[in-house]
Design a protein around this ligand. Sequence first.
Ligand code: NAD
Length: 355
Amino acid sequence: MKIAVLPGDGIGTEIVAEAVKVLNVLGLPLEMETALVGGAAYEAHGHPLPDSTLKLAKEADAVLFGAVGDWKYDKLDRPLRPEQAILGLRKNLGLFANFRPAICYEQLVGASSLKPELIAGLDILIIRELTGDIYFGQPRGRRIAADGHFPGAEEAFDTMRYSKPEIERIAHVAFQAARKRSKRVTSVDKANVLETFQFWKDVVTEVHAQYPDVELQHMYVDNAAMQLVKAPKAFDVIVTGNMFGDILSDEASMLTGSIGMLPSASLNSKGQGLYEPSHGSAPDIAGKGIANPLATILSAAMMLRFSLNQEASAVRIEAAVQKVLAQGLRTGDIYSEGTTRVSTREMGDAVVKVL
Ligand code: NAD
């Protein structure tokens, strides 16, 4: 089982180190190879996704990814910015389905900004399409400056598009995932305003005919954003496009207490996947040893489940995370009075000790 380990920038290196420690105590035949990505790769090789890193990722069964980005790269030409590495990996590996489970752990009910009764027992799954939509459309503008800004321009626009096969395959993923849960899918669109999303709605409805046992509901994205904080437990599986999914999944992250708790998986049609925490490189806390490594550790569990066929080990990791939370251990982002504040490394060590 070959894993490409790409820690990236900022807290990426700190949190991935903890996940690797956890993977190493499972007693599995894992072969892990590390490579540079993002700003770190740009500094060393002049590109955020060097060929050698892409090759390693393509040849691996799974990629364990930290995070990329730093504000100091904001002035770089857009294709050289660290964030392009993640877009390049998604595109080159064909990672079209992004799974973001938002689970509220009993011990963290108090850490959310929402009332405990709204989120206690929350377990929803957001499935975001990753390779289409406006993020991969044609950007147009009078590109004057090399840094990607448009001084003096009168307009700029990006085109939004989805093809039928792209919508069909993500709809199948959502209905199949729902079959393993409570068989309810909410497809989120903006069909009242955008042609692309009327098309989305039509295609999802068409695919639904093959899943009569699953209930399908359509919801406009503005309403979905509201319902997510009003009555989040009313959802089970949410499926949506790239941009709406980006925004809604960050919103959902706060339901669980902290973005530092949220894992994610991005899968292609061969079951190969890239596993990363839902958060970014957090330059504001990088190097301080205070980042929460649990989202990355839980991402490693998803990797074992979805790409490496090691369900038992995935369950072991998830149970170990529950146990350290029950022991009262908390990094700063989920700390509350009466609990014990620990560092990134101490949190990783605690999970290892339980395992
Ligand atoms: P961010 O997710 O990095 O941070 C947002 C806030 O959450 C910050 O206050 C940060 O300290 C906190 N936070 C994030 N992860 C945490 C953790 N594990 N433990 C404790 N606190 C945590 O988002 P941002 O500040 O908007 O972006 C910073 C950089 O990350 C940017 O360059 C952005 O482009 C990049 N980014 C990368 C990815 C990715 O690699 N996939 C995703 C999002 C943002």
